[in-house]
Write a protein that binds this ligand. Structure first.
Ligand SMILES: *Cc1c(COP(=O)(O)O)cnc(C)c1O
Length: 424
């Protein structure tokens, strides 16, 4: 079936007389008739629900839809995108291990890798997105456990060459994990290009209305853990905390997600509420229609902005003159997303005046939902840094992140135009 049909129907299939919409099972726990039935669940001998920190039918319904959209063997929802990226890596990486990431990733993820993982004893080497395969290969160590990238980077909207990073990762016997938040599976399905595990901040387009913070980890089921058993003892050797079972042997393609549930969810929590999983599921039902509109409107706005004399540069990979255009068409033939980055031909003060002059476009610490919003890292997320420090961090002091929502594009263009005219 096509992606739009999966958006509407995949995941939850009601039986006779059951609710058409995914029901909200707002319950912490589930009842059993005898002690042995529940004991078998704890031994992982039977599958079933017993406590919502580990599994809940509403969360599973939404996760199943996302797994179907990405073409994965399964998915697990988390309480946020941050938790998703943490779990995706920490499930196969521990103190004394090493991983490789590109540096062009969401600021929160960069901090998780560069600061928090370091404190936990996991070393991260950052390799330029445009590095050659030989340069990426040179970053590998005997204890390297994974390679990480963002399909469409936040905030720069650069396109990851998924196939290049997958080739090098697989040549070294490790999986490629990618964050697919911005394109969503409607515009890019990274597993088809060689990624093994896909993460999401569902807070963005998947929710789409800006109502629920959430995340997800999707497993493509493509990585053969047992073929690299020495690297992944957590999956490939007997687990004493579960009567000596070996995940990769007992659960096959479900091994990675089963371990993520039974270890990380058990020990760290970070599960979403059933209510939030319901909102996510509701949002995904219209994802294909919304993404089409986000892309169409964003391209119209980007074409307007690229010809404005007040605009110094604009990055939007669906613009023909963007250096990422050809790569974006390969990985995202139907369009990238609604987010673009740009800078004005002015100083910091002028950029701020422009933003303050906007009436319809709102200033928000958010991105990728139905409301058009704008953020100036130098004034907001990176406020403490000087212009020089900003440049060192790879952020142009004038960089503005503009996220095109679902309002009429002509109204957005009129608002941007009046604010530019009022500023310059
Ligand atoms: C927002 C975002 C995150 C973090 O997600 P939260 O839901 O805010 O925790 C991670 N990756 C990308 C690409 C994001 O845009």
């Amino acid at each position: 079936m096509k992606i739009g049909t999966k958006c509407v129907q995949a995941g939850y299939t009601p039986g006779n007389g059951e609710s058409r919409q995914l029901p909200i099972i707002q319950s912490t726990t589930f009842k059993y008739a005898d002690s042995d039935a529940m004991g078998r669940l704890f031994d992982l001998e039977d599958t079933g629900y017993f406590y919502t920190r580990l599994q809940n039918p509403t969360c599973d319904g939404a996760a199943a839809k996302l797994a179907a959209l990405e073409g994965g063997v399964g998915a697990i929802l988390t309480s946020s995108g941050q938790a998703a990226n943490f779990f995706a890596c920490f499930n196969i990486c521990e103190a004394g291990d090493h991983m490789i990431s590109v540096p062009n990733i969401y600021g929160g993820t960069f901090n998780l890798f560069a600061v928090t993982f370091k404190k936990m004893g996991i070393d991260v080497t950052f390799v330029d997105m445009e590095a050659s395969e030989a340069e990426i290969a040179a970053a590998f160590r005997p204890n390297t456990k994974l390679v990480f990238g963002e399909v469409l980077t936040n905030p720069g909207v650069r396109v990851l060459d998924i196939e290049k990073f997958a080739r090098v990762a697989h040549a070294h016997g490790v999986p490629l994990i990618v964050d697919n938040t911005f394109p969503t599976p409607v515009n890019c399905r990274p597993i088809e290009f060689g990624a093994d595990i896909v993460t999401h901040s569902t807070t963005k387009y998947l929710d789409g209305q800006g109502v629920a913070v959430g995340g997800a980890v999707v497993d493509g089921g493509t990585f053969d853990w047992m073929a690299h058993a020495d690297k992944y003892p957590g999956l490939c050797t007997p687990d004493a905390s579960y009567h000596g079972l070996t995940y990769a042997v007992k659960f096959g393609k479900a091994a990675y997600l089963t371990k993520l549930t039974t270890h990380l969810m058990r020990d760290f929590g970070a599960m979403p509420s059933p209510q939030n999983a319901f909102y996510l599921h509701l949002g995904m039902q219209t994802l294909h229609v919304r993404m089409r509109q986000h892309c169409e409107s964003a391209l119209k706005v980007a074409r307007f902005l690229q010809d404005c004399p007040q605009v110094k540069w604009i990055a939007y990979p669906d613009l023909e003159r963007d250096p990422m255009y050809a790569r974006a068409r390969h990985y995202m033939p139907g369009g990238s997303c609604g987010v673009m980055a740009l800078a004005l031909n002015g100083d910091r003060a002028q950029t701020v005046r422009f933003m303050d002059a906007l009436r319809l476009v709102t200033i928000e610490t958010h991105v990728a939902d139905c409301h058009t919003c704008i953020l100036h890292p130098a004034s907001h997320t990176h406020r403490q840094l000087s212009d020089e420090q900003l440049r060192d961090a790879g952020v142009d002091p004038g960089l503005i992140r503009l996220s095109i929502g679902l309002e009429d594009a002509d109204d957005l263009i009129a608002d941007l135009k009046q604010a530019l005219d009022a500023t310059f």
